[in-house]
Design a binder for this molecule. Structure first.
Ligand code: PLP
Length: 294
């Protein structure tokens, strides 16, 4: 049984070389209020986060998540997270997760208005049961993301490659997908290329080649996509990153959305057009993604 768990972190400078950071953690009641009303994470979504899958008490892909947290913090001009301190906080949270699937969230916020430090915390909670959707797949609609592929480079203040706490747009896209009778969405750039889903990366199959949109700043580089690619390469498949025109999506031999907690789900239809599915390969990916990975 997985308990809800929350740990406030007193962030230390990246110069700190001690071995044990446990005295910088304060466990708090996960069901009780813990943040100041002046928190900029809640007032403005001004902060970054990560969601890490946990399987039977093992936090998956910790290093890629920590590296992405540091990357997001850099893009947002937040103080660099001290990665060994965060790693120890993840270990502390993972120790609270028993058997089954759980999710650990890392949050690094700008802090309190006029406050001296960022606010940082880690939570652990049971994951939803994604067994049914992993087996059945999802219907998606394509939605205009409203910027072209050059936007990330032209306008870095849009923070397009950062995993920021400002997910209101992503959640609105999911509601729009549901309104249109679909389960999920795939964002398109305004110049007609596929990007990612609101909470997942996209992988397409063409013959024995697998391809995902190049993470050139406009989208997140998914840790799950990287894991799936490692697995595919070990099986001799060709994998790559590309600019993928929107017209290629309905022509794919198969397509998946992949993310750290829901893992791999097949896309069964794009804008009401059925897409071929490969249940055996999806099951194989999920079995791999549920095995302990560092
Ligand atoms: N893209 C977006 C916008 C996401 O929010 C996520 C995950 O939350 C992903 C991609 C997939 O990333 P990961 O596989 O690291 O979970």
């Amino acid at each position: 049984m997985i308990r809800r768990f929350a740990l406030m972190i007193d962030p230390v400078s990246t110069d700190d070389t001690r071995d044990d950071y446990r005295d910088t953690f304060t466990q708090v009641d996960a069901a009780a209020p813990a943040l100041s009303v002046g928190e900029l994470s809640t007032q403005r979504g001004d902060g970054v986060f990560e969601s890490i899958g946990v399987v039977d008490g093992h936090a998956q892909e910790v290093v890629p998540h920590l590296e992405r947290l540091a990357h997001s913090a850099r893009l947002c001009d937040l103080p660099a997270p001290h990665l060994p301190q965060w790693r120890q906080a993840i270990e502390t949270a993972a120790a609270q997760c028993g058997d089954g699937e759980a999710v650990i969230k890392l949050i690094l916020s700008r802090g309190v208005e006029h406050g001296p430090t960022p606010t940082a915390w880690v939570t652990a909670a049971p994951a939803s049961d994604f067994g049914a959707v992993r087996a059945a797949g999802v219907k998606v609609v394509t939605l205009d993301r409203g910027y072209d592929l050059g936007a990330a480079e032209r306008a870095p203040w849009l923070l397009l490659g950062a995993k920021t706490l400002s997910y209101a747009v992503n959640m609105a896209a999911l509601r729009e997908a549901h309104r249109r009778g679909a389960d999920d969405a795939v964002f398109l750039s305004s110049d007609g290329f596929v990007l990612e889903a609101p909470t997942a990366s996209l992988i397409l199959r063409f013959g024995d080649r697998f391809v995902t949109p190049a993470p050139n700043g406009g989208i997140l580089h998914g840790t799950t996509q990287l894991s799936v690619y490692e697995h595919l390469q070990s099986r001799g498949f060709e994998v790559g990153y590309d600019r993928i025109p929107a017209s290629d999506l309905p022509r794919a031999d198969a397509a998946w959305l992949v993310s750290s907690v829901r893992l791999a789900v097949a896309i069964t239809a794009v804008d009401d057009q059925p897409l071929p599915v490969d249940p055996a390969l999806t099951a194989e990916w999920n079995q791999y993604l549920l095995s302990p990975r560092d």
